[in-house]
Design a protein around this ligand. Structure first.
Ligand code: NAD
Length: 251
């Protein structure tokens, strides 16, 4: 039996499987991840200067200049076969939740219902002065046109998308619910994450400590590989549909 068949078998036997996803599940949608060589969003920038809350407060224009190419891609990105595979697994009752570090909302777009977005999302944006909340899409579209830092129509404060920057707390309710899902899981499938960003990266370890088996599906080695039952080094957009196929042919 190969690794994909073994992964399918673990999924079919699990009572409470949970997926944990990172930027690597969306690279096949054309969205670059943060750390892969060449395509990574960190190449040539100081993360703390542009993508921390401290950097944002000091120089929001630098943040917006850095995020602009990504925002352009995100505005038109479509879900890929890996996202669809996770939606199929949830519909079949084989996946109970998706815990994601991604802000791209592609799990929601394909119809997954139980999603914990640990690092926020691009659905809304908030004024950093008066805390008014706005739908993000028109704000991002305007910014893509003029490149200017978005300002609050009410108080002229700087608007920040509801994504978590370095130095910010994770959304408490979301993180707490994700931890609970990890504690209850008997199988966690980790897909496309370097597991380098804490505290999100602690979630798979929490699952393992509470008895969950781990499957790691990632192009490069991760710190969770040593705890994993199965490590698959391959493109998630190719492999996840194959795992779903294995499940369907053995059902
Ligand atoms: P990361 O960039 O640190 O790691 C991505 C991992 O995915 C790498 O180890 C890489 O080898 C692997 N990978 C890339 N393409 C793959 C593929 N097709 N199949 C399988 N594996 C693949 O990303 P991370 O661990 O998610 O953490 C960093 C932060 O990146 C998160 O906070 C997240 O919010 C942010 N981010 C999100 C998006 C998005 O929403 N799509 C995009 C870029 C960054």
């Amino acid at each position: 039996m190969d690794d994909l068949q073994r992964a399918a078998q673990l999924l079919s036997q699990a009572k409470n499987a949970v997926a944990f996803t990172g930027a690597g599940i969306s690279t096949a949608s054309g969205i670059p991840d943060f750390r892969s060589h060449g395509s990574g969003l960190w190449n040539g920038v100081d993360p703390l200067a542009v993508a921390s809350i401290f950097g944002f407060r000091q120089n929001p224009q630098a943040f917006y200049n850095w995020i602009r190419p990504l925002a352009r891609i995100l505005a038109t990105a479509q879900p890929n076969a890996a996202h669809y595979a996770l939606a199929t697994l949830e519909q079949q009752g084989l996946l109970h939740a998706v815990i994601t570090q991604n802000i791209d909302m592609l799990h929601e777009r394909v119809g997954n219902k139980v999603i914990f977005e640990l690092h926020g999302h691009l659905r809304e944006a908030t004024c950093t002065h008066c805390f008014a909340v706005y739908p993000a899409e028109p704000i991002i579209n305007q910014f893509l046109c003029d490149g200017q830092v978005p300002r609050c129509p009410g108080c002229n404060g700087v608007i920040k998308p509801n994504v978590i920057l370095f130095g910010e707390q994770l959304p408490f309710a979301e993180f707490h619910a994700a931890q609970e899902a990890a504690r209850q899981a008997d199988l966690m499938v980790i897909i496309g994450s370097s597991l380098e960003v804490a505290p999100a990266s602690d979630i798979p370890l929490l699952a393992a400590r509470n008895g969950a088996r781990l499957i790691v599906l990632n192009l490069e080695p991760t710190p969770a590989d040593v705890f994993a039952h199965i490590v698959i080094r391959a493109n998630a957009a190719e492999v996840l549909p194959e795992i779903v196929n294995c499940l369907e042919t053995t059902a």
